[in-house]
Design a protein around this ligand. Sequence first.
Ligand code: URP
Ligand code: ZN
Ligand code: ZN
Length: 486
Amino acid sequence: MERSPDLPVADCLIGFPRALTGALFVEGGPPAPPSGSLPADVVIEEGRIAALLAPGTAPAESRGDLRRIDARGKLVVPGGIDVHTHMEMPFGGTSSADTFWTGTRAAAVGGTTTIVDFAIQPRAKSLREGLETWMARAEGHCAIDYGFHMIFSDVTDESLKEMPGLVGDGVTSFKLFMAYPGVFYSDDGQILRAMQTAAECGGTIMMHAENGIAIDVLVAQALARGHGAPAMHGTTRPSVLEGEATHRAIVLAGVADCPLYIVHLSAEEALHEVTAARDAGQRVFAETCPQYLFLDEGVMAGPDFEGAKYVCSPPIRPARHQDALWRGLGQDDLSVVATDHCPFCFKDQKELGRGDFSKIPNGLPGVEHRMDLVYQGVVSGRISVERWVELTSSAPARLFGLYPEKGSLLPGSDADLVVYDPARAHTLSVATHHMSVDYSAYEGLTVHGGVDTVVSRGSVVLHDGTYSGREGHGRFVTRRPASGKP
Ligand code: URP
Ligand code: ZN
Ligand code: ZN
């Protein structure tokens, strides 16, 4: 890293013009909100943002000690926050292919500096036991900061009683499933009770909204007719069953007066339900994922079982849904883009479902490419740079109790930031990605814009394509209960 040249001390935008030693100094990019799009120098000390200074105004006394990154002509944005990942997740007799180390390293390379993963309650056991298992898996292995949501496998009197304790320990969100009967599924009564308890203790309910009971009928009928190819995964999970479940979840959350966050929303019908609820003032939020913005159902019909690479739930939809989702992102009907990163290798893992699509492990890789893919919305004019930052960082931080330590470039915030170069272009491929999976869902797609530098709590972990972070740098983050506006 080069040393900074002599710079005149001038006005301080925010923070204190004082001596800085051993600080990191990001020079002169336009930081995106909340500090606005003014060019400013970002000064980092002891892992936090110390000040935003007018360009070229670093304090003179210590300038020789400053490590400096030249961000002129580039964007300086808060590090990405991916609130939906599944590292090392057991599913369908196998386990997702990225470990906490390989998955968070790939996230860092792609400009994400915090993930919130999902700990799973083992059936007939406690939430706490599930959380401890996931804590042990992640501790000492993550490249970036990480938190956990809690997945309910069993809503019982006992597990409901555990919710306030988890909220107190910084695990403030709970995922329920209207899909996967016999595995994660909760019925409406269980859902309502969990929502009521969440409303009392400051929890947020996250919902996998697909009508799993109806889907299982369609799946059994398809298999009985001998239709086992991957494309049947989409046929048997029609978008109206996502719309119906989303409606039901919203009604139940309204009865319980509980904040509701719909995960991996893929369908126009579901978006209409969310939009109507938000327009009515209900605390309903939703995320979508890059796979629903960039891929269409045709990918599941690929030759020689290749379609299995794209099997996830909800399924990849017909192309007509994509426009609706982009509009939803632009109009704040959709609040967040997360990845639902849940990679399974094609070989030996996706292949478990040859001849029976219901046995294909569900999930796609993507944690590395979210910032770039959503940025394509800026390139195409569908969203602004500010909205890109909001969707990928600030909104998830606010909704999940991490703001302003994360998701902002304010003095006092954690120094998690990305220098993003709009002038770059690169092509996504299994040959170059860092995720531990043997295919790319976006093979051959050229994206415009690219990550130049990533700083995680003050440490440069990526610069000019070279990763220099380490396993175990990431810390567990406790999250506050979130309220948030609709
Ligand atoms: O197919 C998916 N989405 N796999 C991950 C588990 C889930 O439902 O989020
Ligand atoms: Zn889900
Ligand atoms: Zn998921």
